[in-house]
Design a protein around this ligand. Structure first.
Ligand SMILES: Nc1ncnc2c1ncn2[C@@H]1O[C@H](COP(=O)(O)OP(=O)(O)O)[C@@H](O)[C@H]1O
Ligand SMILES: [Mg+2]
Length: 314
């Protein structure tokens, strides 16, 4: 296995027309590599194409064109191996209420062709914290427990890549924390590559080493989370001088000046690099009397919206 757990090239998916619904191009030629051993976030608003991508990886949706390699196995040439390399926790809570957690895990292992002697049902039950509910009927499990059971089902065949589709949408904070702990542990202790989709920016920021932002079936940006967060800590100090100012400013490193039409000086900086004190000092040194000052600060939401509402660079 090389350094990428997943390699996707030119991936397209067009859902066929049905009824009066026209055909839908859900993925428009996606190229994406996901490093082995990482926790990778696929971030995007509803309808972006996240589940389509995930479901293609899982073998649940048939792609229209492009290539997908999972753990080095081409999905078309080595369908069995590529499928065995990945486990998916789906977005929907599809659970048969007549199964117990133990039963559900056993059935799932059977579907994946895991021989009885190699099953790890008790280990998985422990991992998801359902040992004491192993023999309870699924209909008697709380929503949180059912989610954990879905996580367990994704792990029965010991895949190298774990995919979680919106694992925390609509779950309470406690369960969210628990899921993340489990996922981190799997990543750290077993080197499991984890791919998760979410529309919560903060969640992606907290959990993921790298993030791809996807919208309308296209990848808009893909970067290390730290680099994306770097873009996000941009702040702007908007200074209105009491008289028009045409001169130059001796600004601290990394601060950028934009002169606005109304005569305001907009000074952008990164909180991690500079601060208002140093900027105001430079402004005063230039002999500017400040009539008014305000700050502009994109919150995470703004950054996300600005990225997902603009077209990618050609
Ligand atoms: N089975 C399907 N048939 C037709 N269109 C679909 C189907 N599944 C998803 N779509 C459409 O494809 C687009 C991407 O959907 P999806 O991959 O579910 O996005 P996300 O998971 O990011 O919310 C949406 O416009 C959605 O309506
Ligand atoms: Mg989805």
């Amino acid at each position: 296995m090389g350094e990428n757990a997943i390699e996707i090239e030119g991936l397209r998916k067009v859902y066929a027309a049905s009824g009066n619904q026209p055909p839908k191009e859900a993925l428009k030629g996606v190229d994406l590599t996901i490093p082995a051993g990482s926790i990778f976030g696929l971030l995007g608003p509803n309808g972006a194409g996240k589940s389509t991508l995930i479901n293609i990886l899982a073998g649940l949706v048939v792609k229209s064109s492009g290539t997908v390699r999972i753990w080095g196995f081409d999905q078309d040439r080595n369908p069995r191996q590529s499928r065995a390399s990945i486990g998916v926790m789906p977005q929907e809570l599809n659970m048969d209420p007549f199964f117990t957690p133990r039963g559900a895990l056993e059935v799932q292992a059977g579907l994946y062709g895991v021989p009885k002697s190699q099953r790890r049902t008790d280990e998985v039950l422990e991992l998801i914290g359902l040992e004491d509910k192993a023999d309870a009927y699924a209909r008697n499990l709380s929503g949180g427990m059912r989610r954990r059971l879905l996580l367990g089902k994704a792990l029965v065949h010991n895949p190298q890549v774990l995919v979680l589709d919106e694992p925390t949408a609509g779950v309470d904070i406690e369960l969210r924390q628990m899921l993340w702990q489990n996922v981190r542990r799997l990543n750290e202790e077993r080197g499991l590559t984890v791919i998760l989709t979410t529309h919560y920016l903060e969640e992606a920021e907290e959990m993921c080493d790298e993030i791809a932002i996807i919208n309308h079936g296209e990848v808009l940006v893909r970067d290390k989370t730290s680099a994306l967060v770097g873009r996000m800590d941009a702040k702007t100090l908007v200074i209105h001088p009491d008289a028009p100012f045409e001169g130059s400013l001796d600004l601290p490193a990394g601060v950028e000046l934009e002169r606005r039409r109304d005569g305001a000086l907009a000074l952008s900086y990164r909180q991690s690099q500079s601060g208002p004190e140093a900027i105001l000092e430079a402004v005063r040194k230039a002999g500017i009397n400040i009539r008014d000052v305000k700050t502009e600060e994109p919150d995470l939401e703004d950054v996300f919206v600005s990225l997902t509402s603009s077209k990618p660079a050609a």
